[in-house]
Write a protein that binds this ligand. Structure first.
Ligand code: SER
Length: 315
């Protein structure tokens, strides 16, 4: 039976992953942690502890107290925030990761942390970016992600730690908002379609990035964690994706449900240049072959579900 410690449990992924893990492995087998508290189900409906991931001793103590055998480390700053505060991003993203890896090593835990399409850079092949290719990102977030992928590989090879990871594309969801990411437009557009019937995008027309709907991301995490280790050649940083899209495509799909929806642009040069340095589309063949990755939601199916769920939330 797994006993799982989650960091960053109140973030966009953690809020929904905590729920899924409690349902899958039992409420008492999931210890959600975050640097803050709120009044969500994550805090109220199960085990929850305040944890600053840069505090190694506190992390070790919580892991020991609950006798965890799995650590899912999600706490991190996203790309746009990391670009605004690069030193903080280095300290939090790398400091938190190395602490979580060390606690996993000391307490012999299975380990998961997400990487990102942000681990690629402007000289990476842009279309159907292969699993193993040139990375060389130009953002602090990307530097953190590449270093993180390598560090997880290192802990596997050096210490035999069972590290696993995914390179997530932009994740679209309706429960908790993302914060400070470059791909956030693809979440905001749905919220504003419902609230205002229009959206002003900070990402320019024709800018393709990969995206995935949250239910597919959560399944991917659980399936990779459960995958037969003998079949994994890559372990950390598997490319996963469900769609390669640009703002006009999302708008066209929204108009099938809200015909009067309008999209215009006020491009943010910082986030646009981050987006321009990332792939247009990535190739998830290795994830499909090594542990059977599959995404259920394409743009059409996701749009229908997002708009329905956001309408329900509003009512
Ligand atoms: N969604 C993330 C970001 O935009 C990418 O990993 O920063």
């Amino acid at each position: 039976m797994k006993k799982i410690l989650l960091t960053g449990a109140l973030g966009q992924i953690g809020t929904e992953l905590t729920d899924k893990l409690r349902k899958t492995y039992g409420t008492d087998n999931v210890i959600a942690t975050d640097i803050r508290e709120n009044d969500s189900h994550v805090v109220k409906d199960g085990l929850f502890e305040i944890l600053d991931v840069t505090d190694a001793a506190a992390m070790a103590e919580i892991a020991q107290k609950h006798k965890v055998d799995t650590i899912i480390h999600l706490a991190a700053l996203l790309s746009a925030t990391a670009e605004a505060k690069p030193l903080l991003a280095w300290n939090l993203n790398m400091g938190g990761l190395v602490n979580a890896l060390e606690v996993s090593r000391e307490q012999n835990c299975q380990f998961f942390t997400p990487s990102s399409i942000g681990a690629f850079g402007p000289i990476t092949p842009k279309s159907l970016t292969p699993q193993d290719t040139i990375q060389r990102p130009t953002t602090m977030y990307g530097v953190n992600k590449v270093a993180g992928e390598l560090l997880c590989d290192y802990y596997y090879h050096k210490f035999g730690l069972d590290t696993r990871g995914l390179r997530f594309p932009g994740l679209i969801s309706y429960v908790a908002p993302p914060g400070g990411g470059t791909t956030d437009y693809a979440v905001e557009i749905y919220y504003e379609a419902i609230e205002k019937g229009s959206y002003t995008s900070y990402i320019d027309k024709g800018t393709y990035m990969d995206m995935m709907y949250m239910p597919d991301a959560l399944n991917a995490i659980v399936n990779l964690m459960e995958a037969d280790p003998a079949k994994l050649k890559h372990r950390n940083s598997f490319n996963v994706t469900a769609m390669s899209i640009e703002p006009e495509m999302v708008a066209a799909e929204i108009r099938k449900h809200i015909p009067s929806f309008t999209l215009d642009y006020n491009v943010d040069p910082v986030r646009q240049s981050i987006a321009d340095s990332w792939p247009d589309s990535i190739d998830a063949t290795a994830a499909k072959e090594e542990w059977g990755f599959e995404a259920e939601y394409d743009l059409e199916k996701m749009t229908k579900d997002m708009l329905t769920k956001l309408e329900e939330k509003k009512a």
